[in-house]
Design a protein. Sequence first.
Lengths: 168, 135
Amino acid sequence: MVTQEDLATTNISMRYDLSPIRNIIGDLSGLLGNFSDELIGAFYAKTVSKKANIVITELVNNAVVNSTDRDGKIILEIVIEKNNLRIRVANAANRSQYRKVRDHIRMINSTGDLRKLMADTIRERRKDRLRGGLGLIRLAAENKFTLSARYRAPFLIVDSQINLGGLS
Amino acid sequence: MKVLAYGEIMDGGISVFSSVAKVDADLLIVSFGGSIRIDNPYKHLEQYLVELEQLVPEEKIGRIEFDFKELDFCNSNGFYIIMDISEMIIDATDGPINIKRLKDDDWQQETLPILLNVDEPEIEARTTFEEFATI
């Protein structure tokens, strides 16, 4: 008999390449987030699948909105193995965009009190009703993912990773 | 119990998010359900906010209950609308605030207290969290 503990050792790997981005007119991030939530939730605890849903939603949305090449593609990779969940999203970007994301992630990773960073950022941005700017902080502060970014021209690649020990 | 106001977000012809404000004697219950995924939730919920602002002060509210158990998802664009609704309701009374939330939902555990301004001592002193398991 397969136990819940057995299920939570299942290796899962998914990759989506979508192009051209200009054809994405619906809620792609929601579709991918919800589908992955269902699939991961068939093996892992809801806590894990919901984390994946939020990360996929935020990162894919960022990629669709900020991609510099509307004829280009976005790539989403989701891998669960060896008790680790890694979600990678790539989209076309220029070096300036990459440096902005890299610096933002560096700031997040060097912050001692992520909850305070989240609270201060929400309150500051709310004053001017500013959209965006919360997604990556949220992934670290709320969902406890470790973030990193790199540039492989023409792609900005954002990785988010979490150890599932104790969650599944 | 009477319904004060109702707001919803429609997407592709179906309701994807709803919020209802109800009054039962001196208790104001505001419940949230579904998902906020769209880019600009104000487009759908502006009227709900206006109605709440008009109707809540007319009621004698002694206690507040926020029920987030059925809220499956809230993207970062939905944060401000939750803040606007909750802030306006919380300011309407000095009474106790009961918050029903899911214990295994990161957003409800980590971010929701920030949106409800529970760090504020005056609000913290009258706030109780009631934890529920996801079914």
